[in-house]
Write a protein that binds this ligand. Structure first.
Ligand SMILES: [Zn+2]
Length: 304
């Protein structure tokens, strides 16, 4: 099965473990705050990304030197669930971030953990891996990070503002807080920042393709409009010629006008340029236009 755009972006980000231990800790922090459950009673991380599932145990080993109590078989289809339920492990993780397991009213982004720029990027990578998604740019531009912790969403927004040249939008959806981007350039910049330059390029390529298609469509619509105008003009001329004949006026017109009327009747869809070339001797397009206008004007006098 082909990877979704989101899964491909995550696979790109998961290629490497963070080089520094400060970043491993910050990436885990992002993962935990954007995971399905991060409480003193236990931790639950659910993902569909196989690449993230491969990275996750290595990352926790590196950051906390501990293993998951419950982990999925990577061969299993669908969503994969990782869990830690042993109290001592949860307490050790909380302590690493400066939280007290007995006093966990509401989690927040503990700033010392994300003080360095390298760690800010790692934190946002973790948040995207655990709670983020990006829409296939062929379907639309949307990238989001979802957390159930209210203050975490606001603090992540502030943190993103420090390292990105734009500000993500914040919205509530159900019981969750969503940080999101809607502009192709911003999504592309954010993916590059997270370490997914290929996905970022995919966004910009899709945008270029869309712009090109729009241009072609505009051109076609424009051509259609011209064709419609030409057809309408030809119909007006044909109607004029018919009414002049019905009134018995056609036969008495000057030879030049009769020749023009004949050419139009025999070639209802010809352009003025084509009709002009049929005249004996050939005339210019403006001259042909004058003859047609004259026929239409005469027919109007007739019916007036
Ligand atoms: Zn770091």
């Amino acid at each position: 099965m082909a990877l979704s755009f989101s899964a491909a972006a995550k696979a790109e980000i998961c290629r490497e473990l963070p080089a520094k231990s400060c970043c491993a800790l910050a990436e885990c922090f992002g993962i935990l705050l954007y995971s399905n459950s991060f409480q003193s009673s236990g931790i639950k991380i659910i993902t569909e990304s196989r690449d993230f599932a491969v990275l996750l145990p290595k990352l926790f080993k590196r950051a906390f030197d501990l293993t998951f109590d419950g982990y999925p078989s990577l061969a299993a289809p669908g969503k994969l669930t990782f869990q830690i339920w042993e109290r001592e492990k949860v307490a050790a993780i909380l302590a690493a971030f400066g939280f007290d397991a007995r006093d966990l009213v509401s989690l927040h982004v503990n700033l010392p953990v994300v003080e360095e720029d390298c760690c800010k990027a790692a934190f946002l990578r973790g948040a995207f891996l655990a709670g983020g998604s990006v829409t296939d740019p062929g379907k639309g531009y949307h990238m989001e990070l979802t957390t159930t912790h209210q203050s975490v969403a606001r603090e992540t927004e502030a943190l993103a503002r420090e390292v990105l040249p734009f500000k993500p939008k914040l919205a509530a959806r159900g019981g969750a807080q969503v940080l999101y981007l809607k502009q192709s350039e911003q999504i592309s910049d954010f993916l590059t920042y997270l370490g997914a330059p290929l996905a970022a390029m995919g966004i910009m390529e899709a945008r270029l393709e869309k712009e090109l298609n729009n241009k072609v469509n505009r051109r076609c619509n424009c051509d259609d409009a011209n064709i419609t105008k030409v057809v309408e003009a030809a119909q007006e001329q044909l109607a004029a010629i018919r009414s002049l004949r019905a009134a018995g006026k056609l036969e008495n017109l000057p030879a030049k006008l009769r020749q023009a009327a004949d050419a139009r009747e025999n070639n209802p869809s010809a352009s003025l340029t084509e009709l002009a070339a049929m005249m004996e001797p050939p005339i210019t397009k403006p001259a042909m236009n004058n003859r047609m206008k004259k026929l239409v004007a005469l027919a109007k006098e007739e019916t007036a």
